[in-house]
Design a protein around this ligand. Structure first.
Ligand code: GTP
Ligand code: MG
Length: 228
């Protein structure tokens, strides 16, 4: 249980985060950039999903990525190898990204005029769920190797995410994972959320994922043209 002082500090930190996130959201809207905050346990396939997306639609869209991590440049290097701008955000041990870190990472430039900006959060299902980064969508990933009990164990992210990707579906024959039960759990936690089943390895579901991104981007661009 938090003391009153702890609760006040936590509220102030969230307030400051939300003001920076609001400014980021305004900037992303002006540039008609669709921003996705990818959240999952470590190793569920966030970087692989971005790679698969770049391979699928990298010629049609300008894509960039910020990758959160505690100590290495590895994910950003993987993505730069595909020819997209990618910058690692090192949290120095912190378990999630926040709007201030995203703002600082964008400040040196190189990410203007993108269609899609992926923000790969630090691996974890708890801390990353509660911070607004100025994104359009929080996207949760749950790999079939993690166990099918995760939505009810970590309801915060699965009830908030506009989209949940069930990843590594190519491994389904080898693990105990009840896909229908997970779909039902997700539907009860988050009736408005969508679910897509994917494999970055075989390409299953990647077309549907890219189509969803394309639809959301078109909607954002058309709203921006109304506002102008
Ligand atoms: N079989 C299979 N393996 C996958 C798939 N997607 C990712 N992997 C493997 O899973 C491991 C982790 O993938 P990453 O994309 O690095 O996962 P991540 O979520 O970015 O990991 P962190 O950044 O460490 O949290 C790698 O060995 C990938 O090759 C998939 O669809 N099928
Ligand atoms: Mg990664």
């Amino acid at each position: 249980m938090k003391t009153t002082m702890e609760a006040n500090v936590s509220e102030r930190v969230h307030c400051e985060n939300d003001s920076i996130a609001a400014l980021l959201r305004e900037r992303f809207s002006e540039q008609s950039t669709l921003v996705l905050d990818l959240i999952s346990s470590p190793g569920s396939g966030k970087t692989s999903l971005i790679e698969a997306t770049v391979r699928a639609v990298g010629k049609d869209y300008r894509i960039g990525a910020l990758t959160g991590g505690v100590g290495t440049e590895r994910d950003a290097e993987r993505l730069r190898a595909l020819g997209i701008p990618a910058r690692q955000i090192l949290t120095g041990g912190g378990c999630h990204l926040d709007a201030r870190l995203v703002n600082s990472a964008l400040s040196p430039g190189g990410f203007e005029g993108l269609d899609l900006l992926f923000i790969e959060n630090v691996g974890g299902l708890i801390c990353p769920a509660t911070h607004d980064l100025g994104e359009d969508l929080k996207v949760a990933l749950l790999s079939v190797t993690e166990g099918d009990d995760k939505p009810f164990k970590y309801p915060g992210i699965f009830s908030r995410a506009a989209l949940t990707l069930i990843t590594k579906v190519d491994l389904l024959p080898y693990v105990s994972f009840d896909l229908d039960a997970v779909r039902a759990e997700l539907a009860s936690l988050n009736p408005a959320g969508r679910v897509i089943v994917t494999s970055a390895m075989t390409g299953d579901g990647i077309w549907q994922w890219c189509q969803t991104l394309s639809d959301r981007l078109s909607a954002k661009v058309s709203v921006a043209s109304w506002v102008v």
